[in-house]
Design a protein around this ligand. Structure first.
Ligand code: ZN
Length: 156
């Protein structure tokens, strides 16, 4: 029984690794596109990750998130997964999901991610156990929050 549980844990780690590598190899929605409402540049000095991110709003809806990033696989993959989750949704949904993701990443693995809410972002639950990599996983989300708030101020 204990052996079965160990195998399961290994398989989940492998699944998480696969999701992260898939997004790193083929980043969704990457590149910088015109027609944006706000652009931010965020860096993660502890790892050397850099990200330029643009948000395009259509009323309360996030019409597009485009970005150009450099750095480790976790920072790049996390940004790619995030765009899948947030494009087409409302700004309120994006900010709420940002807070939930932040809470999960700061829980040191204590918060079990809800797959229905996070989809591929559950892969970063494993990263939460490694404090040095948490800032990598948060880079895209922090940039998105920053850009969304700037764009919202401009619209109103
Ligand atoms: Zn990194």
């Amino acid at each position: 029984r204990a052996q079965v549980r160990r195998l399961t844990a290994v398989n989940i780690d492998e699944l998480y690794q696969t999701i992260i590598l898939d997004h790193y190899r083929e980043k969704h929605h990457s590149g910088l596109r015109d027609g944006y409402d706000a652009e931010v540049h965020h860096v993660n000095p502890s790892c050397g990750d850099e990200l330029t991110l643009r948000v395009h709003l259509d009323g309360d809806t996030i019409a597009d998130i485009s970005y150009l990033g450099e750095g480790c696989s976790i920072s790049q993959a996390s940004t790619s997964v995030m765009t899948d989750l947030l494009i087409g949704g409302t700004t309120a949904h994006a900010l709420e999901l940002h807070d939930k993701f932040l809470e999960m990443m700061q829980s040191q693995g204590r918060i079990e991610p809800d797959e229905d809410v996070f989809e591929d972002a559950i892969a970063f639950a494993g990263v939460a156990k490694f404090p040095a990599r948490v800032t990598c996983a948060l880079l895209g989300w922090s940039a998105l929050r920053d850009a969304t708030l700037q764009a919202t101020v401009k619209e109103n």
